[in-house]
Structures are given as structure tokens and as C-alpha cells.
Design a binder for this molecule. Structure first.
Ligand code: ZN
Ligand code: FE
Ligand code: FE
Ligand code: FE
Length: 171
């Protein structure tokens, strides 16, 4: 987030939408490398499923922006750039780290992304609702649920399998 002059809550909603649009586009580009680096089939499958969802989330944001005549382009989410840079650093450890440890690290990075998105969509949906943009609020709420589900699936996978395996690895 950040930049440009903000006067009204409408301005802030516009900025939130542009920030999320940039974040989602960056995620679409970054997820394939994380999928390739994952060893667990279930982790690969979970990330692949979320990549498909993410592509649809970009479209939803375009629809939301269209409703208020907003061009979603032209802003970069610096926070997502940083989170994904950390994710790329983890991906580079492939072959050095034990497989289960790398998977645990990928989940850790992916959950940071989901939590950022949950904050962004939750906030934007609230603003849209307050401003009477009910259709936009509905679109954002739909994505918010997907992000929460992605986050809980990752927690479930970490706790039931990946972390358990990672504990047993030796240096
Ligand atoms: Zn941002
Ligand atoms: Fe997303
Ligand atoms: Fe912190
Ligand atoms: Fe997500």
C-alpha cells in the first residue's frame, strides 16, 4: 500500500483495489516456482488449486474496478513484492534444505501472502460496504473467503504432515 493523495474513503478504496490487483498479478507470476519447488504432492496440489483461484481473483478485481470506472493498473504493491522476494529466496534453497523443511518454509511464505491478502480484502470489502458499493463488497467478500480457505488448508497440511516430517529430518 501507500502513495498518492488520499482525500476521501472512495480514494482509499480505489488505492486498496489497485494494491490488491498488483498483489494478485505478482502472485500469479510467483506461484509456479513455488509449486515446482514443493516436494509434497498435497502441497503442490493445494498451491496449484490456489493458482487457479488467484487467476479468477484478478478477474474479480477487474470487475470491481469497472463498476467505479477505475483503471486498476499503474500501482505496485511493494509489500507483496517483498513477501514474494522472501519466497523466491526459499525456493532457491531447493536441493540444499531437506525436502520436508523446504516444504515447511514454502508453507510459511505462502501463509504470509495469504495473511496480507486477508487484511487487504477484509479492509477493502468493509470500505466498499460503507460506501454503498454492495456488488464490489460481494466480489471482494468472495475472494476473502477463498484466501481464508487457502490459509486454513495450508495450516492443516503443515500440522498434519509437513511439519511432522520436518521435525524428523537431520542436518
Ligand atoms: Zn500493498
Ligand atoms: Fe489472492
Ligand atoms: Fe513483522
Ligand atoms: Fe491467496
Amino acid at each position: 500500500m501507500a502513495t498518492k493523495t488520499l482525500t476521501t474513503l472512495e480514494d482509499l478504496l480505489a488505492l486498496e483495489l489497485k494494491d490488491l490487483f498488483s498483489a494478485e498479478q505478482q502472485i500469479v507470476k510467483a506461484l509456479p516456482d513455488m509449486i515446482k519447488a514443493a516436494s509434497s504432492q498435497k502441497l503442490q496440489a493445494a498451491l496449484k488449486e490456489h493458482l487457479g483461484e488467484t487467476e479468477r481473483q484478478v478477474e474479480r478485481l477487474q470487475q470491481a474496478c469497472e463498476r467505479i470506472g477505475l483503471n486498476p493498473k499503474g500501482h505496485k504493491c511493494a509489500a507483496m513484492e517483498g513477501l514474494l522476494e522472501e519466497g523466491a529466496g526459499i525456493v532457491k534453497q531447493k536441493g540444499k534444505a531437506a525436502d520436508a523443511v523446504l516444504d515447511a518454509a514454502i508453507i510459511s511464505a505462502a501463509q504470509r501472502v495469504e495473511h496480507y491478502e486477508i487484511a487487504g480484502y477484509g479492509t477493502a470489502a468493509t470500505f466498499a460496504k460503507l460506501l454503498g458499493h454492495d456488488q464490489i463488497a460481494a466480489l471482494l467478500g468472495e475472494t476473502l473467503e477463498e484466501e481464508k480457505n487457502a490459509d486454513s488448508s495450508l495450516t492443516e497440511l503443515a500440522e498434519s504432515e509437513v511439519n511432522v516430517e520436518a521435525v524428523g529430518t537431520e542436518a
